[in-house]
Design a protein around this ligand. Structure first.
Ligand SMILES: [Zn+2]
Length: 443
């Protein structure tokens, strides 16, 4: 965290100009992120330069991060030695953290030369700030998706996590979903690993705070923000969008691949492709895998993907048996990610035994599920079993005459919001399911 710089920073690690602060506090302009007025000119190169005092390891990885955003948007980030440009410098001494200027009028990005910032996920996070993107957990609608726990927040988190929430009038989500697995989402724990935010859909509690690489939604948002989207070209499926640098292929949600996002992606970043397309049967089958380098921290996370199909009209039941690897809140070193619904956002994430205990069984909403294994450091493994089952009954239609029918998605109790934290308390699970069906996200 950026202790010591709080007074100069907005939202923890974003450095705003005086003019920007005035505008943001006056709530005059819409930003999604920032007001559109602060977008860089996408028709010109966006220059960056390295301060001489930087640790020699930083430029090399920064170039990789800048290339990532260039490759996946219509923006052109170009290294230069001249000004004006985004200055990448060593913030050590003024901060123990990583922070960035935001928008085209602030041209300082600070990347600490310490190992604490020199990761692909963090560098691409800071570049996203410099291009105008804010943190996911301050979206104006964040309280629909997370329940902050102020009692576990120190001054820093109260300020930057809880109180800096954007307003509807000065921000714009561009219609994109809340992504707990966004690279722009803080970890949901404080420095003592106490919970400071609960995912209202409890499946996604461990998806928050990974910072391994921009998520699909982060990339989509940047392209929408800068209006990079192609107007014609490939017919992307499953939520993908046309690649701004080649409209005939698509950028796909994680776990999906091929030219139009209807195939299993190949293994990424040097992993052996042990993935496969699998067919679920009525009987359990097992699946396990292991990737990564037990000895090393990799520059980019390796990834392998599996697809599981069930017959039409059936659901896939996936029971996680175990995960191995580094257990860390947010799963920043690697994880098993499973998608059973809403493929636009990152999946349900497992890297600790407690993750398995919290969500041991997943049931797909359709007849398809994806399983992805990621490893950034020290190796990652898993085992699970899967089969198809009849879809769980839904409450949307009913021909019964029972007097206790509940509307498809509603609460019975009136104080569910204020008690939402109980949705995740084992002692109250059944009660909350009965009384706070909607708030606890069972529908
Ligand atoms: Zn940040």
């Amino acid at each position: 965290m950026n202790k010591g710089l709080e007074d100069y920073l907005y939202e923890g690690d974003i450095l705003l100009s005086r003019q920007q602060i005035d505008e943001m506090t006056s709530l005059r302009k819409k930003r999604q992120a920032l007001t559109l007025d602060y977008r860089w000119d996408k028709t010109k190169p966006i220059y960056y330069r390295f301060d001489p005092n930087l640790d020699s390891a930083v430029p090399q990885l920064f170039r990789v991060g800048a290339k990532f955003w260039t490759d996946n948007t219509c923006l052109n980030l170009v290294e230069t030695k001249s000004t004006p440009s985004i200055r990448v410098f060593d913030g050590t001494g003024t901060s123990t953290g990583c922070f960035a200027g935001s928008g085209r009028f602030t041209t300082d990005i600070s990347i600490s030369a310490s190992s604490g910032c020199n990761y692909f996920g963090i560098i691409t996070h800071e570049i996203a700030h410099a291009l105008g993107i804010m943190h996911e957990q301050i979206r104006y609608d964040r309280d629909d998706f997370i329940t902050p726990i102020p009692s576990n927040m120190n001054e820093f988190y109260l300020k930057y996590f809880l109180n800096e929430k954007l307003s509807y009038s000065n921000s714009n989500n561009f219609g994109l979903p809340y992504d707990w697995g966004s690279n722009m989402h803080y970890r949901p724990v404080n420095d003592e690993n106490q919970i400071i935010a609960l995912a209202k859909d409890r499946l996604y509690q461990s998806s928050m705070g990974r910072a391994m690489a921009p998520s699909f939604k982060d990339i989509y948002l940047m392209n929408v923000y800068y209006n990079c989207l192609c107007t014609s070209g490939a017919s992307c499926q499953n939520g993908g969008f046309r690649h701004p640098r080649n409209c005939n292929i698509c950028i796909c949600p994680s776990g999906l691949g091929g030219a139009v996002c209807n195939e299993r992606p190949k293994a990424e970043n040097g992993a052996a492709d042990i993935g496969a397309v699998l067919s679920a049967t009525a009987n359990y089958q097992t699946l396990s895998g292991k990737i990564g380098d037990p000895q090393r921290v990799l520059q980019r996370a390796q990834a392998v993907h599996w697809h599981i199909y069930a017959p039409q009209g059936k659901s896939i039941e996936i029971t996680i048996l175990s995960v191995s690897g580094y257990c860390y809140y947010g799963c920043g070193y690697g994880s098993l990610d499973v998608k059973v619904k809403n493929f636009l956002i990152e999946g349900v994430r497992y890297c600790c035994p407690s993750d398995v205990a919290a969500n041991p069984v997943l049931i797909s909403q359709g007849s398809f599920a994806s399983v992805s294994l990621y490893s950034q450091a020290y190796g990652q493994g898993f085992s699970l079993k899967y089969r198809y089952i009849n879809p769980p009954p839904t409450t949307t239609t009913t021909t019964t005459t029972t007097t206790t029918t509940r509307k498809p998605c509603s609460d019975v109790a009136t104080n569910c919001i204020t008690n939402a934290a109980l949705c995740y308390n084992n002692l109250y699970l059944q009660l909350m399911k009965e009384k706070c069906y909607k708030t606890c996200r069972y529908c």
